[in-house]
Design a protein around this ligand. Structure first.
Ligand SMILES: [Zn+2]
Length: 237
């Protein structure tokens, strides 16, 4: 693609995957720059220089280009993560400080009473997605034990369970399908909340409505349910 800007011609080239904009001018030497914020490569070249020579020039400096592009990416990530670095994250009812580290991969680790988030791309949204994935894995690992214990006590069995990030409900039960949905946000609450919600949803396999019969089941399977329910519902998911 070529476009004319007055007497100058700017040409865009793709050299081994590197997008380069080339401007030819009445100058003696060829110059290369990597510019913020995206790390765009710009070449200023004498009018007589061929595309081939430009390609060679760029190829010979590919390491230098990468180094500088990386630096701009890191700066962008740093600006974004500053917003959430030092924030507190909840896990099983406890609050832990979040440390955000720019890294070559996306990962979350929990060590020394803090949660460390590694992100490789810019964007607070990206950070949230990585954290939610980590939360999901933790909840996913916790559910089978609680569910199996509750099913044993109650003598009912769900056919399957799934996790969903819900805005208004901690759990739901599809009685016909015998499928239980659990809110991803439960991973932030005390473990007893997960147990309460699982038992609540399993009781729906015995009683559809929230009536006296339902409450009687709750009293027998989880006597402390009123306290946990009150604690859970004091905060909207
Ligand atoms: Zn219910």
């Amino acid at each position: 693609m070529k476009r004319k800007l007055g007497k100058r011609a700017i040409q865009e080239l793709d050299i081994d995957g590197i997008k380069v904009s080339v401007e030819k001018k009445k100058i003696k030497n060829m110059y290369i720059r990597v510019t913020p914020p995206s790390g765009q490569v710009k070449i200023t070249a004498p009018l007589s220089v061929s595309d081939e020579a430009i390609c060679k020039f760029v190829a010979s400096r590919s390491q230098w280009i990468q180094k500088h592009q990386q630096r701009f990416i890191q700066q962008r990530v740093s600006a974004k993560v500053e917003d959430i670095n030092g924030e507190n994250l909840l896990l099983w009812g406890q609050s832990y400080p979040l440390e955000v580290v720019c890294s070559g991969r996306n990962a979350v680790t929990f060590a020394d009473q803090k949660i460390v988030l590694q992100v490789n791309k810019a964007g607070a949204q990206q950070c949230e997605a990585v954290i939610n994935e980590w939360y999901r894995e933790i909840l996913k690992a916790a559910i089978p034990l609680v569910l199996a214990k509750s099913e044993r006590i109650m003598g009912v069995k769900a056919r399957e369970w799934r996790i969903k990030n819900m805005r208004t409900r901690w759990g739901t039960c599809n009685i016909q399908e015998r499928r239980i949905w659990l809110n991803l946000q439960l991973v932030k609450k005390a473990p007893e909340c997960l147990e309460y919600v699982i038992i609540h949803e399993l009781v729906h396999l015995l009683e559809k409505g929230h009536n006296d019969k339902f409450r009687a089941y709750m009293d027998s399977f989880y006597p402390d349910w009123r306290r946990v329910k009150a604690a859970l519902n004091s905060i909207v998911p």
